[in-house]
Design a protein around this ligand. Structure first.
Ligand SMILES: O=c1[nH]c(=O)c2[nH]c(=O)[nH]c2[nH]1
Length: 342
């Protein structure tokens, strides 16, 4: 391996004979043919793991104008391609490379030609375009993240063309397709931060000499939900509806009814119940995975303060939010027989 250094020795003391960094004892040959020989040996010794290339964060706003009523969708799109040769990597031969700049253009042209309904459908369109247009493309992956625009309401009436950025949750989709195979369509949400002030406990967990955390019968529960689900079909699916339904399953199992709420014995149980409800409610998904970091709000021990400072030291008002460390709870739930629901 070449050693990079900032000294400029040419007298051979660095283990070379002073000419072109050829190791001592090696007969000097034409450097081009030596490189070629080494390449040949290396190709036999090594193989590629994952590889591919593409354009990340292609920003795109699409405006659909239906008379005075306008509808917008704004995305950041990543397109990744895998070609059926590696001559670009191995030989520096660029002939097959569909430039990442071309990939960016493709996103704009397809949005202009066909419009955008949902991130999932736009992802499917981009995948089929690349596979159809270029025989040497073996696999396409398109990841889309949507900007959370909501139509503005004025006096209870929906505005025709003004929108509010409402980052309650970020929607994303990932569509991958290999040549001659069906696409894999995933939908998801992230950054959905929620908190409740009661109806959460954590008790009866493993007791040994390492445990210091006491049982807590009434704690703050806060998390930032990430959920990813996989569709078993695209036929007749209303992808917007599915996204809202699954978000509502999370709210149902986290928050419960507005007056009484719903009791959570642990993050694990709440996560499982939300996933189960999503699989029950949305037959077109085959699996769902969620992550729920436990954003801790620690009780501040007011008993340490003297009565002259604080009278009622039974504290149910003041908590100390802790960023790190944070608990992380995750699980994936799958249908045992994926085709049984459809
Ligand atoms: O809901 C919880 N699950 C845990 O696994 C855990 N661990 C912990 O310290 N607090 C919590 N809370």
């Amino acid at each position: 391996m070449r050693r990079w250094s900032n000294t400029n020795r040419t007298n051979g003391t660095n283990g070379t004979n002073g000419h072109n960094n050829v190791p001592n004892g090696v007969q000097q040959v034409d450097s081009k043919s030596l490189t070629g020989t080494l390449d040949y040996i290396n190709r036999d010794n090594y193989e590629f793991g994952n590889y591919g290339y593409g354009k990340n964060h292609v920003k795109l706003l699409h405006v659909y104008r239906d008379g005075p009523k306008h509808t917008i969708r704004e995305f950041e799109v990543d397109t990744h391609l895998k070609l059926n040769t590696k001559k670009d990597y191995l030989d520096g031969d660029n002939k097959d490379i569909i430039a990442t700049d071309t990939q960016k253009n493709t996103v704009f042209v397809l949005a202009k030609k066909y419009g955008i309904k949902t991130p999932e459908e736009f992802g499917l369109l981009i995948c089929s375009h690349f596979l159809y247009m270029y025989r040497h493309v073996e696999e396409v992956e398109v990841a889309l993240e949507e900007y959370p625009w909501e139509r503005l309401q004025a006096d209870g009436q929906e505005h025709n063309h003004a929108f509010l950025f409402s980052p309650n949750a970020i929607r994303f989709a990932i569509v991958t397709q290999k040549r001659n195979e069906s696409p894999i369509i995933k939908g998801g949400l992230k950054n959905l931060r929620v908190l409740k002030t009661t109806q959460s406990a954590f008790t009866d967990f493993y007791q040994d000499g390492y445990r210091t955390l006491p049982d807590d019968n009434d704690r703050i529960f806060s998390t930032v939900v990430t959920a990813t689900w996989e569709f078993s079909t695209a036929n007749g699916v209303d992808f917007d509806d599915v996204w809202i339904s699954i978000k509502n399953c999370i709210f149902d199992k986290f928050a419960g009814p507005p007056d009484k709420g719903i009791f959570s014995p642990s993050v694990q149980n709440t996560l499982y119940l939300a996933e189960k409800m999503a699989l029950d409610k949305v037959p077109q998904i085959s699996r769902i995975e969620m992550q729920m970091p436990n954003k801790h709000y620690l009780n501040v021990d007011m008993s340490k303060f003297p009565p002259s400072v604080i009278e009622n030291n039974e504290n149910k008002e003041v908590y100390h939010p802790i960023d790190k460390p944070s608990g992380i709870i995750y699980a994936e739930l799958l249908r045992k027989n994926p085709s049984s629901k459809l």
